[in-house]
Design a protein around this ligand. Structure first.
Ligand code: COA
Length: 307
């Protein structure tokens, strides 16, 4: 049923493998749509207790959003793209069932953001993390400015995002970006499953509430999305959320998936996730961003002019 994902449900652990290895599992529109469906499955399938997100092939977890789809987008379309990614990644972060990232290589741009939206991360020794968008004349657009800062602190996050450099597995571990490094790469999934199996024995309702409260402590600052749906019967599997439902954007997050307006500055409080969506869109109005994306696709170095 999925064309760009492989999924497997064994022993209550749902594994989602992003499957475009020839493009280093870059997230195009189809991957994003299918990921959204797979996340809905996590929420609604009562057989699922926890999940793993990983990438196909030995080289990459996910090497970012698909840059070839950036060309020709307007500011508004860029902002809408970010809003969609934010919405799906926010549903991952606020899932009542734990979701682990098994990072098997490059986790760059949207790939690093996807790993950070998961509740915790394991990686192989060849994993490389980074937010290289600045090299394309862009900024992270799926929550990276917020979640990297939450996870590793402001000074490190700014340096990594401004330089666009890659962070190796051991440094990522030292920074707290990953929880465990698995030395034998073929053991990455089994180690991740081992950890989730321990959690699967715990009380699901308590697990869900720990995730919710930690997300608030980490600075998401609002009660997100699906809460109204899972509170009643999170493991009953009856509620099938409507992907366009405004109910998802409950509480103070009421507008986190919305593309327009100045919602990010409502009530005198700036919402970093919303401001990031808008700022990502703004970049699409610059010559530098057009040059950055073209240079990547033409396999040359970009020349930025600050315009
Ligand atoms: N979007 C679209 N295509 C991508 C991609 C992305 N984010 N990342 C990799 N690919 C494609 C490459 O264009 C190449 O396609 P081709 O074989 O048709 O030319 C294929 O995946 C393999 O990548 P390649 O660059 O040849 O591999 P490499 O080992 O030389 O370099 C990376 C690996 C990860 C360093 C490099 O692919 C890269 O920098 N990717 C982009 C990372 C990025 O900027 N992400 C943020 C996007 S917002």
């Amino acid at each position: 049923m999925y064309k760009t994902l492989h999924t497997d449900l064994t022993d209550a652990i749902f594994t989602i493998t992003i499957n475009r290895p020839d493009k280093l599992n870059a997230i195009n529109a189809q991957v994003m749509d299918e990921l959204s469906e797979a996340v809905t499955e996590i929420y609604t399938n009562k057989e699922i207790r926890s999940a793993i997100i990983t990438g196909a092939g030995p080289k990459a977890f996910v090497a970012g959003a698909d840059i070839s789809e950036f060309q020709g987008l307007t500011k508004e379309e860029g902002q809408a793209l970010a809003a969609k990614g934010h919405d799906i990644f926010m549903r991952i972060a606020s899932s009542p069932k734990p979701i682990a990232a098994a990072v098997n290589g490059f986790a760059l741009g949207g790939g690093c953001e996807l790993a950070m939206a998961c509740h915790f991360r394991l990686c192989t020794t060849n994993a490389r993390f980074g937010q290289p968008e600045v090299s394309l004349g862009l900024i992270p657009g799926y929550g990276g400015t917020q979640r990297l800062t939450q996870l590793i602190g402001r000074g490190r996050a700014i340096e990594i995002m401004l330089s666009g450099r890659m962070v190796e597995a051991t440094e990522a571990h030292t920074m707290g970006l990953v929880n465990y490094i698995v030395v034998e790469s073929n053991e990455l999934l089994s180690k991740t499953r081992e950890l989730l199996s321990i959690i699967n024995e715990k009380a699901p309702l308590a697990v869900a509430r720990i995730i919710e409260c930690v997300n608030i402590a980490a600075g998401d600052g609002f009660k997100n999305g699906r809460a109204d749906e899972w509170e009643a019967d999170p493991f009953g599997g009856d509620a099938r959320p409507d992907d366009n439902s405004s109910a998802r954007s409950g509480g103070g997050a009421g507008t986190h998936g919305r593309a327009g307006g100045d919602a990010w500055e409502s009530s005198g409080r700036i919402n970093g996730f919303l401001r990031e969506q808008q700022a990502f869109g703004e970049c699409f109005g610059t010559e530098d961003m057009k040059e950055g994306a073209a240079a990547f696709l033409e396999k040359r170095k970009p020349v930025f002019k600050g315009k």
